[in-house]
Design a protein around this ligand. Structure first.
Ligand code: BGC
Length: 464
């Protein structure tokens, strides 16, 4: 058995993933409206190096070249996201036909290349017009999201049947609403819980919209999950880790997969902060927990948590800092390799979280690992190639972790590398490079990295 031989089912689907705001660019072209990320990035000091997503990888104009690259790679699936404000510049109302047409042609190109298109309807880029009306703090945003979902299924549902509603509600809520590191930078702390609830409700209403389009349509959601461990055996650290796990993992998956919030106190907080009646909450949870056809898990790293130690400096552990009044603190995972983004490399965490999900949810739908990858800063060398051996090691180890989860009884159907190409890494701008393809952000030249060739071989070998 060669090191790259994996015990994966022959039907296993290999793919790559991207998101609209991270690759498309063409921010003001063909009638697109601004998203919260365009507004956020324009504010001085928000993004490393003053970068913005205005041009990104210029994928809007280089679609054909990028699809050819995916075809050569041999992926079965391509997960991309749709920019809501490209299709509906005001978030609702009049459809921007050139915007819709871009996605229609992308889908046609993918199908012609034998690749299954797997769109995500929302990857953090709310139309600014809706943010101005309260964004995800407002219940009406969930309804606008469902109408937008219906528009997309109506336009593409003759060719697309595999849908994901929202990407990583937990990260969007935490980084963009509790903290200020992502758009829309509200910094509300725990008061942002209504955002979580409205995102969950938007998901459920969108599932209904997808289902309404007919029995061929398959609906799912993408969540970031990560094992949370206590930094020590002390009762304080264990309590802090439990609280963090509840708030960042189970608050977003229990309502969907079990129809309830993980603890009564979470439900109570949601109810009071969102101004809901008990009956409304109960009715909402029925919508939120509509059965799904597939469940997307994004995994990057585990989190180690301790109760705050007075006077200790926690800066630099994650790329975000927690306010002093938060009752938990992420601490550095020691003794493991780290990526160039300084994230710990812990492949077994992927097996652990997949097994934990299987144990927590008896009715867990089939899982796809919808994102997994790493940022290493390798660029073309004198020979013109990008020798990113550390990415190959990372991906190989995580694919083995998936195989371990399958052996432990988790129904994992596919794995998508984040990302198809180097792109706009949110608050880190273009400095971080997650791609299988190197992008020169000045010339837009694409160079296939060694990991691209390696992944192509993995896919070819799995087929044979
Ligand atoms: C997001 C991606 C992001 C990746 C690496 C995930 O949380 O879905 O958009 O680029 O992590 O940070």
């Amino acid at each position: 058995m060669t090191p790259d031989q994996l015990l994966l089912p022959s039907s296993f689907r290999f793919g790559t993933a991207t998101a609209a705001a991270q690759i498309e660019g063409a921010a003001e072209e063909d009638g697109r409206g601004p998203s919260i990320w365009d507004v956020f990035a324009a504010e001085p000091g928000r993004i490393r190096g003053g970068d913005t997503p205005a041009v990104a990888c210029d994928h809007y104009h280089r679609r054909a070249e990028d699809v050819r690259d995916l075809a050569d790679l041999g992926v079965h699936d391509y997960r991309f996201s749709i920019s809501w404000s490209r299709v509906l510049p005001d978030g609702r109302g009049t459809i921007n036909l050139p915007g819709l047409d871009f996605y229609s042609r992308l889908v046609d190109d993918l199908l012609a290349a034998g690749i299954r298109p797997v769109p995500t309807l929302y990857h953090w880029d709310l139309p600014q017009a809706l943010q101005s009306e309260g964004g995800w703090l407002s219940r009406s945003t969930s309804e606008a999201f469902a109408d937008y979902a219906a528009t997309m299924v109506d336009a593409l549902g003759d060719r697309v049947t595999t849908w994901f509603t929202l990407n990583e509600m937990n990260v969007h809520t935490l980084y963009g609403h509790a903290l200020t590191d992502h758009a829309p930078a509200l910094g509300m702390g725990l008061d942002c819980l209504p955002v979580a609830h409205n995102l969950l409700r938007g998901h459920g209403l969108a599932v209904d919209a997808i289902r309404a389009a007919g029995p061929r349509q398959q609906a799912g959601v993408v969540q970031q999950h990560f094992p949370v461990r206590a930094a020590s055996d002390s009762a304080e650290d264990i309590d802090a880790a439990d609280l963090f796990r509840i708030l960042t993992n189970w608050t977003f998956s229990d309502p969907i997969l079990s129809g309830r919030y993980p603890e009564d106190w979470v439900a109570e907080l949601v109810l009071t902060s969102a101004g809901l009646t008990a009956q409304q909450l109960e009715d909402d949870l029925v919508v939120v927990s509509r059965p799904l056809d597939h469940y997307g898990v994004n995994y990057y790293e585990p989190t180690l948590i301790e109760a705050p130690r007075p006077g200790k400096d926690y800066s630099g552990v994650l790329e975000v800092d927690f306010p002093a009044d938060m009752p938990f603190r992420p601490v550095r995972v020691e003794g493991v390799e780290r990526t160039d983004f300084d994230w710990p490399v812990v492949p077994s965490g992927l097996t652990d979280i997949l097994v934990a999900l299987r144990e927590r949810y008896p009715d867990l739908p089939p899982v796809t690992v919808t994102e997994n990858g790493c940022s290493y800063h390798d660029s073309p060398g004198p020979d013109g190639a990008v020798h990113d051996d550390r990415r190959i090691d990372y991906l190989r180890a995580h694919l083995h972790a998936v195989a371990d989860a399958i052996a432990a009884g988790v129904d994992v159907r596919g794995y998508y590398v984040w990302s198809a190409m180097d792109n706009f890494e949110w608050a880190a701008g273009y400095a971080e490079r997650f791609g299988l393809v190197h992008v020169d952000h000045t010339t837009q030249e694409r160079t296939r990295k060694d990991s691209w060739y390696w992944y192509r071989d993995v896919i070819t070998r799995a087929a044979g």
